[in-house]
Ligand binder design. Structure first.
Ligand code: BGC
Length: 348
């Protein structure tokens, strides 16, 4: 465990970075501010170290971080339509921070809060955060934990745990952007993607799922056979036109609750392949369409380009809390919730 002081949060809290490593060459750097993932180093096909996660050079940039680079998004990832939901007969109004809707929980994001380290080892670290009742306008005093562990065979495993004193929404995700050619290698659209999904959640023009699950077959949304992201991303298809490219939730095949393969991405130059595994029902494929071209200075001092990284966000379906037919992201009072997502790396 390599612990380093990086700076302060402006409220008198010291921010530390922590590097965890496995014996297979993988190293991951995280920080206690937002329980954010900063760097993911994996060996390429020649054994060279490649950092495949987008992130900033300067700590201050994490204080805004509009694209949510590396964030642990809690309690509610992605969008809730109309920024409203009803639970146990009570209506809750959330921050309206994305058009008419709620995105990633709201303005005063827990991505910008100090988390407490509760356990640290050479290959893993656990952060905890206690959300107060009605913080971010979500009910319940919620104790949340996230554990990042690196295995000797180059997996980054993310375990979430939560419990609450009231029924509430809990839909955590990690918001890392990946570029398997290296975080600063430019546009990631030539990378090949496969997704274990035959249906995606159709959205309205503002990326809010309308409750329909639509077959990917015969559409540009189909990743059941691997293809580059570039191949169909500019297709003239309403869903893509509205979202500016891939920014959609895929309904994953296999049993919710069991950790199974959700997707992979691979880069032919570095030979690096990343498999995504999760026990959650869905995964947002987000192609970095809204990364402002050439504006955000990354870790090597170079500005990132639009679509320079791709997020694979395991989750309950966006807006599920308003669509009873979808699996519900509800954390019940007194019932501990656990969920796991794994990013597994290999190279050849
Ligand atoms: C959303 C995008 C959004 C991005 C950054 C993703 O999870 O699906 O629409 O732009 O997060 O907030």
């Amino acid at each position: 465990m390599n612990k380093t002081l990086w700076g302060t949060d402006g409220n008198g809290n010291d921010i530390y970075t922590y590097e965890i490593a496995g014996k297979g060459g993988m190293k991951v750097k995280v920080m206690d501010f937002g329980a954010t993932v900063l760097e993911i180093h994996v060996p390429d096909k020649n054994g060279n170290d490649v950092d495949v996660a987008l992130g900033y050079e300067k700590l201050e940039d994490y204080f805004t971080n509009d694209p949510y680079f590396g964030c642990c998004v809690v309690p509610s990832a992605n969008r809730i339509g109309g920024a409203k939901f009803t639970l146990n007969g009570k209506e809750y109004s959330l921050d309206v921070n994305d058009g008419e809707n709620n995105l990633h929980s709201g303005f005063d994001s827990i991505c910008h809060k100090m988390w407490q380290v509760t356990d640290e080892k050479d290959d893993s670290i656990t952060f905890a955060y206690d959300k107060k009742d009605m913080e971010l306008k979500f009910p319940g005093n919620v104790h949340m934990e996230v554990t990042y562990s690196v295995s000797d065979d180059n997996e980054l495993r993310i375990d979430y745990m939560a419990n609450s004193d009231e029924d509430t929404v809990f839909n955590p995700t990690n918001h890392s952007y990946f570029n398997l050619g290296g975080h600063d290698s430019g546009n990631a659209m030539d990378q090949l993607v496969w997704i274990n999904s035959k249906k995606f959640t159709e959205t309205d023009p503002h990326s809010i799922p309308n409750g329909k699950l639509v077959e990917v077959a015969g559409t540009p949304m189909d990743f059941t056979t691997e293809k580059t992201l570039a191949q169909d991303i500019e297709a003239d298809f309403n869903q893509l036109n509205w979202a500016g490219g891939y920014d959609h939730n895929y309904a994953l095949e296999g049993q919710e609750g069991e950790v199974r393969l959700a997707a992979y991405m691979r880069d032919v130059n570095t030979g690096i392949k990343m498999e995504v595994l999760t026990d959650l029902p869905g995964m947002q494929l987000y192609a970095g369409n809204y990364i402002p071209d050439g504006e955000l200075v990354g870790k090597s001092g170079k500005a990132y380009v639009r679509r320079g990284g791709v997020a694979f966000e395991s989750q309950y379906f966006p807006n599920a809390i308003n669509i009873p037919e979808f699996s519900q992201p509800v954390l019940k009072v007194g019932v501990e919730k656990k969920t796991t997502t794994i990013y597994r790396f290999s190279a050849n």
